[in-house]
Design a protein around this ligand. Structure first.
Ligand SMILES: Cc1ncc(COP(=O)(O)O)c(C=O)c1O
Length: 480
C-alpha cells in the first residue's frame, strides 16, 4: 500500500481537498447515472468485505487516491443500492442529489446543536423548515416539531412525554421497586411497527403494557375493540395512557381511523400518538388528506422525510401539540451548558436523550427549496399512480391476486398459478430468485397466514418501465 508523507498536525491541504472533492462529486454523478447497471442487492457473501480488509488501522497515513480506489474495489460491491429504481423492498426510499449537498455542508460545519448558542443556524433553520412542512401537511399551527434520527426514536420520545403527562413522578422515582404504580397500558393495532414495542421496552414499561388490538379485513385497527380493551383495563385497575394508530402500516400501508380513535382518546384522556412515518409525506397532497382526518386532535405525530420526501437518511420529525411535555420529561442542564440566553432560546438538547444533534434540517431545506411543494407533490403522486397501475396488472391477471388495498404506493400480492399447490413456497422461491438475480428487490410479509409479496414504489428515479420490468420478471418466473 502506497503511503504519503503527512504532516504531524492539521487537515488535508486545501488543494488536495478541492481535487478529491471534485473527483468524488464526479464519482457520485456517474454512480447516479449508471445505477441501473448495478445489481439491486449486493451480491457478496456474509463476511466477504470484513475478510478483505486489514485487521487494524494503518500506522502511516495513506494516499487518499488509494482509499478511493478501495471504495470502488471493495465497498461498492458490498452496497445494496437503495437508490436503484428497482429497489421495491421494505419501503422503497431514496435520497436526492440536493440532499447529498445538504449532508456535505452539514459535515463541513460539523455543528453540535445542543444549545442555540452552539448552533444558531441549525436550531433556527430546524424551526423554519418544520413549520414549512407542518403547513404543507395541513397540520394546525399549534404543532411544533423537533428532528430526531429515526421514527423509532421519535416514537420513544413521544411515549416518554405521554408518560410524563401522567405526573406519576416516574422521572424522579423510576418505575422499579414501586408498589404505588398501576400497570400502565398503551394501545396499537396488531399491524403496528416493531418500533412501538421497542419504545415500550426501552422506557421500562414492559411488553405487557402494550395491547395489540385486532384489525379488520382491510388491516385497520378495530376501534370498537380498542374501546372495549380500554374499558376492560380500567375495570381491572390498569392505567391506560396512550394510543398509537398508524397511517400507512409497514406490512400493508393500511390506515387506522384516527378520527374515531381521537374520540376514544378524548373520552378517556389518553395521549394520541400517530405513526405516519411512511405515509405522512402524502399529507402534502390534497386528495390524500382524507387519510389524515383526526390528526389535528393528536398529541404527537411522527413523519419521516427520510422515507418519502427525498431526504437522505436520517431525518425523522416529531410534531407535538405541547413540546414542553418533552422538555419536562428530558430537560437536564448541567452547569457547563448553562447560558445567559437560555430563557429566550430553544435548546435542542432539552427535548430528548441526545446532547449534540446533527444539522439535519439543512438537507430538508435544500429538498424543499429545490423541488418546491409542487415538485414534491408531483413525485409522490406519480409513485402512487405507478403502484395503482401495477395493482391493476395484478388484478387483471389470472395468475396473480391482490392481498390488500393500495391506499398509497405499496402493493401486496401473490402469484397463484393454477397448477401449484403450495403457494407460500412458490411465492417465496420466486421472490428469492428475483432478488438473487439483482434485477429487482421485493420483500414480503404474511397476511392472513399467506406468504405475501410486497412491491413498494418510492425511488426518485422510478418510471413505468421499471414496474413493467418487475411485472415481466414475475410472469417469466411463473412460466419457467
Ligand atoms: C410505520 C412505520 N413506523 C416506524 C418505522 C421505523 O422507522 P425508522 O427506521 O425511521 O425508525 C417504520 C419503518 O419502516 C414504519 O414503516
Amino acid at each position: 500500500m502506497k503511503t504519503i508523507e503527512t504532516k504531524k498536525s492539521g487537515d488535508m491541504p486545501t488543494e488536495d481537498f478541492r481535487r478529491f472533492g471534485h473527483e468524488i462529486i464526479d464519482w457520485i454523478a456517474d454512480y447516479y447515472e449508471n445505477l441501473e447497471t448495478f445489481p439491486v442487492l449486493s451480491q457478496i457473501e456474509p463476511n466477504e468485505l470484513k475478510n478483505s480488509l486489514p485487521k487494524s488501522a494503518p500506522e502511516q497515513g495513506e494516499d487518499f487516491a488509494e482509499v478511493l480506489k478501495d471504495v470502488e474495489r471493495l465497498i461498492l460491491p458490498a452496497v445494496t443500492h437503495w437508490n436503484h429504481p428497482n429497489f421495491h423492498g421494505l419501503f422503497s426510499t431514496s435520497g436526492s442529489s440536493v440532499g447529498v449537498f445538504g449532508e456535505m455542508l452539514a459535515a463541513a460545519f460539523d455543528m453540535k446543536a445542543m444549545l442555540w448558542r452552539t448552533a444558531p443556524a441549525s436550531t433556527e433553520l430546524e424551526d423554519v423548515v418544520l413549520d414549512w412542512l407542518r403547513q404543507m401537511m395541513n397540520l394546525p399551527d399549534f404543532f411544533e416539531g423537533i428532528i430526531y434520527d429515526t421514527a423509532s426514536v421519535s416514537t420513544m420520545h413521544a411515549i416518554a412525554a405521554a408518560r410524563e403527562k401522567l405526573n406519576l413522578r416516574i422521572r424522579e422515582d423510576g418505575m422499579s421497586g414501586r408498589t404505588d404504580l398501576p400497570l400502565l397500558r398503551i394501545y396499537c393495532s396488531e399491524q403496528v411497527h416493531s418500533s412501538i414495542e421497542k419504545a415500550v421496552i426501552t422506557l421500562g414499561l414492559g411488553q405487557k403494557s402494550l395491547v395489540k388490538i385486532p384489525t379488520n379485513e382491510r388491516f385497520e385497527m378495530e376501534t370498537e375493540k380498542l374501546r372495549e380493551a380500554i374499558q376492560d383495563d380500567k375495570s381491572a385497575g390498569y392505567l391506560p395512557f396512550c394510543v398509537v394508530p398508524t397511517i400507512g402500516t409497514t406490512s400493508t400501508s393500511s390506515v387506522d381511523n384516527v378520527e374515531r380513535i381521537a374520540d376514544i382518546c378524548e373520552r378517556n384522556d389518553l395521549w394520541l400518538h400517530v405513526d405516519a412515518a411512511y405515509a405522512g409525506a402524502t399529507a402534502i397532497i390534497p386528495e390524500f388528506q382524507k387519510y389524515f382526518k383526526g390528526c389535528e386532535r393528536a398529541d404527537s405525530i411522527v413523519v419521516n422525510p427520510h422515507k418519502w420526501l427525498f431526504t437522505s437518511f436520517d431525518l425523522s420529525v416529531l410534531y407535538c401539540k405541547n413540546l414542553d411535555m418533552l422538555k419536562k420529561a428530558f430537560s437536564l442542564v448541567p452547569e457547563y451548558l448553562k447560558t445567559s440566553d437560555q430563557e429566550n432560546v430553544k435548546n435542542g438538547m432539552d427535548y430528548g436523550i441526545q446532547l449534540g444533534r446533527r444539522f439535519r434540517s439543512l438537507k430538508l431545506w435544500f429538498v424543499m427549496r429545490y423541488f418546491g411543494q409542487e415538485g414534491l407533490i408531483e413525485r409522490i403522486r406519480e409513485h402512487c399512480r405507478l403502484a395503482r397501475l401495477f395493482a391493476s396488472w395484478v388484478e387483471d391477471s389470472e395468475d396473480f391476486e391482490l392481498l390488500a388495498p393500495v391506499p398509497f404506493a405499496l402493493v401486496c400480492f401473490r402469484a397463484r398459478p393454477k397448477n401449484v399447490e403450495d403457494l407460500d413456497a412458490f411465492n417465496e422461491k420466486m421472490m428469492n430468485e428475483i432478488n438473487a438475480s439483482g434485477e429487482a428487490y421485493l420483500s414480503h410479509t404474511k397476511l392472513n397466514g399467506k406468504f405475501t409479496l410486497r412491491l413498494s414504489v418510492g425511488s426518485i428515479r422510478v418510471e413505468e418501465r421499471h414496474l413493467r420490468k418487475v411485472w415481466d420478471l414475475l410472469n417469466e418466473n411463473i412460466k419457467a
